[in-house]
Design a protein around this ligand. Sequence first.
Ligand code: 13P
Length: 252
Amino acid sequence: MRQKIVAGNWKMNKTLEEGLTLTSELTNMAGDEVRSGVQVVLCTPFIHLAAVGKLIKSYSHFALGAQNCHQQVSGAYTGEISAPMLQSIGVNYVILGHSERRQYFNEGNDLLRQKVDQVLAHGMRPIFCCGETLEQREQGIHLDFVTNQLSESLFHLDNEAIGRVVIAYEPIWAIGTGKTASTAQAQEMHALLRKHLAGKYGQVANSISILYGGSVNAGNAKELFACPDVDGGLVGGASLKSREFTDIIKSI
Ligand code: 13P
């Protein structure tokens, strides 16, 4: 069975104190009665990681995620954070290729391929984001666009490595807009992505978790997570509220 994952992407929100309060509330509310096998990943800003990691240490279904890393191991890259640094403080997952990084920081498929390699080489799992704009969907090129994002950044990996990647489909028009993909739209894309992965990797595709992201909230999570190829969610705004994120976690 595929791993079910609910990941919260805090983006650039919360002071350290606020982040620790949120983490404590989450471990209190979702600390024990989460369905077994569900992994909850807190993708915090870099400065929160070490302290949040300590707070979640004794909760085996909680894991620590970063939101980005640099493509080089070390060197003169002022202001950047490398994969070995993240590994050294116990980070388990790293979001890569979020549409905000693609859009505001010009991250393209080639660069992301290098970042994927770094994360895997340092024993962590990429949460690789893909997704189309509204314009691309209206033009009917969204399926090709998204499968190409996977091919160009992931298809150099071997079977073992691809098995450690988590994919997050986040249609850009659904991020932060309150406009969620319908269950039919989500299922269509997720099934296509799995078929695309199977074309290259065969059976391994059935073990890869594909998360949906884009305006997931406590009201729509249950029906999205019920789609056969949706293995959980990557949640932005609603992951900043402990009650709502707990409800999302519990709806899987
Ligand atoms: P929202 O849930 O706020 O739409 O953000 C989605 C997202 O970008 C998660 O990475």
